[in-house]
Design a protein around this ligand. Structure first.
Ligand code: FE2
Length: 156
């Protein structure tokens, strides 16, 4: 149902599933899809972790996100991707939120960490369908260029 141009779809659509990965989130590039799938699987797993184990799993998730974002940004640097700055800023904003919640989780505020985890699937699905999709197009363009023996073309 849509009112005033805003979707009223509930985020539980993503949260209640055992796996958050689907063909809709696939970009067709293994260097992007594999870390995305592992991350979404870990997010789904984290939703059923006990409070006692939550902080360790949360820290592990944040480390994975940091690593995945760093690898993605290295890919963008390698191809001189024009959207690098904007994409990096989006990564940094999310990591800032995760780090803020991490401090609270480490002090025993598991509820704030769980709230952050609830919001992440929506963030990732949107990010994958927008910014990471643009990156996937650029990577495909680079691969086609290399296949055809062309170099030096720049993205507009
Ligand atoms: Fe990204």
């Amino acid at each position: 149902m849509v009112e005033h141009g805003l979707s009223t779809r509930k985020p539980e659509r993503y949260i209640m599933s055992n796996s958050l990965w689907s063909s809709e989130t696939s970009l067709g590039i293994s260097s992007l899809d594999e870390p995305h799938k592992a991350l979404l699987d870990k997010l789904a797993q984290l939703q059923s972790v006990s409070d006692a184990d939550f902080s360790a799993h949360y820290a592990s998730l944040v480390a994975r996100v940091e690593n995945d974002f760093r690898e993605e940004e290295e890919l963008m640097e390698q191809i001189d991707f024009p959207g690098l700055r904007c994409h990096r800023e989006e990564h940094a904003k999310l990591l800032g939120g995760l780090h803020h919640a991490a401090a609270a989780v480490m002090e025993g505020d598991v509820a704030l960490g769980r709230r952050a985890i609830e919001l992440l699937p929506q963030w990732f699905v949107f990010h994958i369908s927008t910014m990471d999709t643009a990156l996937s197009f650029a990577l495909q363009f680079r691969d086609e260029e290399q296949h055809n023996g062309q170099t030096g073309a720049r993205f507009i």
